[in-house]
Design a protein around this ligand. Structure first.
Ligand code: THU
Length: 129
């Protein structure tokens, strides 16, 4: 799966976004280590705080299918600058070791490592002194 193909899958997923409150639609496509693609879109809620971002929806869908090992994720939105995942999503991507994060808008894409977006994500947690 090329990065372009993964981005195309994320745009497809974005079509499903449930975003009646923000009207801001986000799509994600998560590529597992064994080559499967898991789509995600944002799913909002009237309580706002219960909103799920596209990235976490994709992770949840994959984990529910028994998949926990990932290669990369593409996240897309129709923004001026490529969209950037929220802090919560970065932490969840870190939980499952998503190595590469591709962020795209209609003009193009940029690629980051997880370490760039969330340095020292779990360093020290559960370490014994
Ligand atoms: N959102 C995502 O789905 N992913 C991101 O990376 C940023 C924000 C959603 C959450 C909410 O439904 C809307 O975009 C506005 O924040």
């Amino acid at each position: 799966m090329t990065t372009e193909d993964l981005i195309a899958k994320a745009w497809e997923a974005r079509e499903k976004a449930y975003a009646p409150y923000s009207k801001f639609q986000v799509g994600a496509a998560l590529l597992s280590s064994d080559g499967q693609v898991f789509p995600g879109c944002n799913v909002e809620n009237i309580s706002y705080g219960l909103t799920n971002c596209a990235e976490r929806v994709a992770i949840g869908a994959a984990v529910a299918q028994g998949v926990r090992s990932f290669d990369r994720v593409a996240v897309v939105a129709d923004t001026g600058e490529p969209i950037s995942p929220c802090g919560a999503c970065r932490q969840v991507l870190a939980e499952f070791g998503v190595k590469t994060i591709i962020l795209a808008n209609k003009q193009g894409s940029v690629e980051f490592s997880l370490e760039e977006l969330l340095p020292r994500a779990s360093t020290g947690i559960l370490d014994k002194a």
